[in-house]
Write a protein that binds this ligand. Structure first.
Ligand SMILES: [Zn+2]
Length: 269
């Protein structure tokens, strides 16, 4: 018997009355370390978006609140493909829209929407958005995501629909509308546009975007074949508590995050 290898105990997902006990994100003693970590996760988040095909044209942005200048946020440069974004490409902008750090242009819609979300939701660290295939298709229906799958239950009673569509959201007033519709939820579906997701970490916001995109796909496939059966309210609420927590969202991305960081180390440059 090999006794020289010390093995980590398995991480068990333990059921509690309020949901499941998930592992939790790292905590940093120094804000500089937290900032470095946040920027690395943000750059990796764009690589993950590219892997999923959320990279058509120039649409899409993920923002992350700076842990030192908390009324500033990091966002992607306009016109750089998500698969090529590095930490050094990230743009730091303040809530007045001024570029504080970075060498690229910034999407006006990224500023007008994300600045309002970050202002309205002090708890939110990151917000994610792109014009994904299923997200844009489902958004044209102008309806909530019904709880027909376990994935969809993560959003049960925790997302909203913005029914107003007024073209590209380049005005702050439109960012306000999206932030108001989002409320205290984790996602908002903007009719005729696409969905936005938020989280207490970059990983969480990105994971909810992926998870919602998958839930849209499941619904659209099922609805094309028949009439999907909705999960009842009590069970959908229970499932939401089990799979929809902040730590569940963060932990859900870890396998993919680890893979991207291992396979694309240039993103850290
Ligand atoms: Zn958009």
């Amino acid at each position: 018997m090999d006794t020289t290898i010390e093995r980590m105990p398995p991480v068990l997902l333990q059921a509690t009355r309020s949901g499941l006990n998930w592992p939790t994100p790292p905590v940093f003693g120094r804000p500089e370390d937290e900032r470095r970590h946040l920027k690395q996760r943000l750059a990796a988040g764009f690589r993950i978006f590219a892997m999923h095909g959320f990279d058509v044209g120039i649409a899409g942005h993920i923002s992350a609140r700076d842990p030192i200048l908390i009324d500033h946020f990091w966002v992607n440069p306009l016109g750089v493909h998500f698969s090529r974004i590095k930490v050094s490409d990230l743009m730091l902008i303040d809530h007045q829209g001024q570029v504080v750090e970075g060498k690229h242009p910034v999407n006006a819609a990224a500023f007008s929407i994300h600045s309002r979300i970050h202002r309205a939701r002090p708890d939110v660290v990151a917000a994610a958005h792109s014009h994904s295939r299923n997200g844009t298709a489902f958004a044209s229906l102008g309806r909530l995501l019904p709880p027909t799958t376990q994935e969809a239950c993560a959003f049960y009673n925790d997302h909203a629909v913005l029914q107003a569509y007024g073209g590209i959201a380049s005005e702050l007033s439109e960012g306000d509308l999206i932030a108001q519709s989002l409320g205290q939820g984790k996602a908002v579906i903007c009719r005729n546009h696409a969905h936005f997701t938020v989280g207490h970490s970059v990983d969480e916001a990105v994971f909810w975007f992926l998870r919602m995109e998958r839930a849209f796909e499941q619904y659209l496939l099922a609805a094309a074949a028949g009439t999907p059966v909705e999960i009842d309210d009590v069970t959908a609420s229970l499932t939401a508590r089990q799979v929809g927590s902040h730590s569940a969202g963060w932990f859900g991305l870890q396998p993919l995050m680890d893979k991207v960081l291992a396979e694309q180390p240039d993103l850290l440059e």
